[in-house]
Ligand binder design. Structure first.
Ligand SMILES: CC(C)(COP(=O)(O)OP(=O)(O)OC[C@H]1O[C@@H](n2cnc3c(N)ncnc32)[C@H](O)[C@@H]1OP(=O)(O)O)[C@@H](O)C(=O)NCCC(=O)NCCS
Length: 162
């Protein structure tokens, strides 16, 4: 599958809302009831304030949006955050997540980030394998965090210099 990545635009919001709902349902099941609104995704995709810069990317294949990643860079302390990523479940394991990560990686490097943080649910084995492949290691756990009965694994990656 040929995947290209570009910056998120407002016209992507409806499709992104659907992808995020379907992809998160794959590990949260009925805990996730309905999609966030397109406006939610517009608002959280590019929200710069003080030292915090947020950029979002979509992956496309055959002209169709199939994935989304939202990343933040704190230019004061050098900490980048992978806020959220989701791929259309029909396109899992075909390189879309890797292509989105490469775009975020270039964004973080461009702003001189020294460390990247994210977290994932303990039941989400697919994402754990993905983050490990992207170079993240576990730093800690948060009990019953976003949902009762689901712990969050805190993951980080130190950026190599040069
Ligand atoms: C996690 C997710 C973003 C990965 O995206 P993807 O497009 O499937 O990932 P890729 O095809 O680029 O795979 C990259 C690497 O991740 C790992 N990986 C991906 N899926 C895997 C699976 N089912 N089992 C084991 N490893 C897997 C592999 O190491 C893979 O590298 P390889 O192809 O060289 O073996 C996607 O599965 C997803 O959207 N999941 C639901 C939403 C989600 O969990 N988001 C993160 C919540 S914190």
């Amino acid at each position: 599958m040929s995947v290209t990545v570009r910056n998120f635009e407002e016209r992507d919001a409806e499709r992104v809302a659907r992808i995020m709902f379907e992809s998160f349902k794959t590990f949260l099941g009925d805990r996730i009831k309905e999609p966030e609104t397109p406006d939610y995704w517009i608002q959280c995709s590019t929200r710069d304030f003080a030292h915090s810069v947020t950029r979002s990317f979509v992956a496309e294949s055959d002209g169709k949006v199939i994935g989304y990643l939202c990343a933040t860079a704190n230019t004061k302390n050098g900490l980048g955050t992978l806020n959220v990523i989701g791929v259309d479940p029909a396109c899992f394991a075909q390189g879309c997540g890797s292509a989105l990560f490469a775009a975020a990686d270039a964004f973080w490097r461009g702003l001189g980030m020294r460390k990247i943080y994210t977290c994932t649910s303990h039941v989400n084995l697919r994402a754990q394998a993905y983050y490990k492949k992207m170079g993240f290691v576990e730093e800690g756990r948060l009990k019953d965090h976003f949902h009762e009965g689901i712990d969050e694994i805190q993951l980080s990656k130190f950026m190599k210099k040069g």
